[in-house]
Design a protein around this ligand. Structure first.
Ligand code: THU
Length: 136
């Protein structure tokens, strides 16, 4: 699975975004260690704070299916599905990912024109909260 193939899957997932309030559509594709891919989109709610981000939709769907080991996550998003900018995972999603993914977990961002950016969870969320601290 190449980064571009994973990004294509994230774009497909964005087609299912339910974003009647913000109009901001997001799609995510999560690659598991066994090669399977789980998709997510943002799902908004009239009670705004109940909204689920695309990244957490993908993560929780995967965990609910028994997955625990993850390699990378592709994310695309934008207002009305316009992919002119990179859509970075929000802080809450970074923390949610850190429950299952290490600092080297790859996060792949895409936008129109084929430009991509690869970063890591460690770069996006240094000092992630853990109940039990790992030895330094
Ligand atoms: N959103 C995501 O799906 N992922 C993020 O990391 C940030 C924000 C969604 C939530 C909401 O439906 C819309 O984008 C605007 O905040």
């Amino acid at each position: 699975m190449t980064d571009n193939e994973l990004l294509q899957q994230a774009k497909q997932a964005m087609q299912h975004a339910y974003a009647p309030y913000s109009g901001y559509k997001v799609g995510a594709a999560l690659l598991c260690a066994d090669g399977s891919v789980y998709l997510g989109c943002n799902i908004e709610n009239a009670s705004y704070s109940l909204t689920s981000c695309a990244e957490r939709t993908a993560l929780f769907t995967a965990v609910a299916a028994g997955q625990r080991s993850f390699v990378s996550l592709a994310v695309v998003g934008g207002q009305d599905g316009d992919l002119r900018d990179f859509a970075y995972p929000c802080g809450a999603c970074r923390q949610a990912l850190s429950e299952f993914c290490g600092a080297d977990f790859r996060v792949i961002l895409g936008k129109d024109g084929g430009e991509t950016k690869v970063t890591t969870l460690g770069e996006l969320l240094p000092g992630a909260f853990k109940l039990v601290q790992e030895a330094e």
